[in-house]
Design a protein around this ligand. Structure first.
Ligand code: PHE
Length: 337
């Protein structure tokens, strides 16, 4: 019987050593109810009283050894399975992810911010005002009474008899002057409206930025110096500016301001249409009538103002020939900025 037990031990342990040992099968074969070891134990009744405890002990030892080996093997198998699972499900968190498409700042906003930066650098602050405006602020306070011809060139959309979509950001100047004592130094960016049909150079909605400086002894020379620094910062150090006489109801004297063409330097090219100069702004000294309308004594204070179209500046800067591209949101266009 002892030999039988030793044989069982050897066999069982031997089988368990095999790499692909079937643990369940071995367990049943040796330790199960109908297993070989169990069969040996059942036959113990036939043994003598002296032999029984010795064989019993040996049987227990064999059982313990097989059980230990099975447990060991099971642990190994578990570890192996875990390792395989980890290998299969490996995730490299340092791998680059799939980039989600993100947009960026619209070219008009980019240029607007660039302009804001330039003027903030010269001590101007940004002021905003309503797009739905009173006739008084958009026209009358700016020396454009009813039936003034300038109302034709700035025809806009009316919400009521005296309420309209502002055609310029100049009303922000009036609102500021009403509430603030000089010195005043502001720019006012924002949307403006005109009843223009949409084509390559016109849009019923465009963006403007106006500037206003009111102080004791503010002169045309200050205006020119301010705009010259602005033009150089925006178009490059070699840029020059020139003033051409013009008329705006709210400034006197008034001028249209050109910059030397930054492509040809003034020789004449396609961008400047052979002129050497590109018109970018309207400007002038604030009309005394406008100052007194806002409660500022024109005998004590003077001021200069200027206004520019952000679309026009952006089109000039980037050589864009159709204003509609700004509003169509075609990615092929927008991606280029
Ligand atoms: N508001 C004028 C326009 O829209 C521009 C301008 C502003 C001209 C300030 C002179 C001074 O045409």
């Amino acid at each position: 019987m002892k030999e039988k037990l030793e044989k069982i031990r050897l066999e069982a342990l031997g089988q368990l050593e095999a790499a692909d040992a079937d643990i369940e099968q071995i367990k049943i074969k040796y330790l199960g109810k109908k297993g070989e070891l169990t069969a040996v134990l059942r036959g113990m009744g036939a043994l003598s009283a002296e032999e029984r405890p010795i064989v019993g002990q040996l049987a227990n030892e064999v059982r313990a050894a097989i059980e230990a080996a099975i447990a060991e093997k099971a642990k190994e198998a578990q570890a192996k399975a875990l390792e395989q699972k980890l290998k299969a499900e490996k995730l490299d968190v340092t791998m680059p992810g799939t980039p989600a498409p993100v947009g960026h700042i619209h070219p008009l906003t980019q240029v607007q911010r660039e302009l804001e930066d330039i003027f903030i650098g010269m001590g101007f602050s940004i002021v905003e005002g309503p797009e739905v405006e009173l006739d008084y602020y958009n026209f009358q306070a700016l020396n454009i009474p009813e039936n003034h011809p300038a109302r034709d060139t700035q025809d806009t959309f009316y919400i009521g008899e005296n309420v309209l979509l502002r055609s310029q950001t100049s009303p922000v100047q009036v609102r500021t002057m009403e509430h603030q004592k000089p010195p005043i130094r502001i720019i006012s960016p924002g949307r403006v409206y005109r009843s223009d049909a949409l084509d390559a150079t016109h849009s019923p909605l465009v963006h403007q930025q106006e500037g206003l400086d009111v102080d004791k002894g503010s002169t045309m020379g200050d205006l020119k110096g301010t705009l010259e620094i602005f033009a150089k910062k925006l178009f490059g150090e070699s840029t020059r500016i020139r003033f051409r006489p013009h008329h705006f109801p709210f400034t006197e004297p008034s001028a249209e301001v050109d910059v030397s063409c930054f492509v040809c330097g003034g020789k004449g090219c396609r961008l400047c249409k052979g002129e050497g100069w590109i018109e970018i702004l309207g400007a002038g000294m604030v009309h005394p009538f406008v100052l007194s309308n806002c409660g500022i004594d024109p005998e004590e204070y003077s001021g200069f103002a200027f206004g520019l179209g952000i679309e026009r500046i952006t089109m000039t800067k980037y050589g864009i020939d159709d204003i509609r591209l700004f509003y169509e949101n075609d990615e092929r266009f927008l991606e280029q900025f």
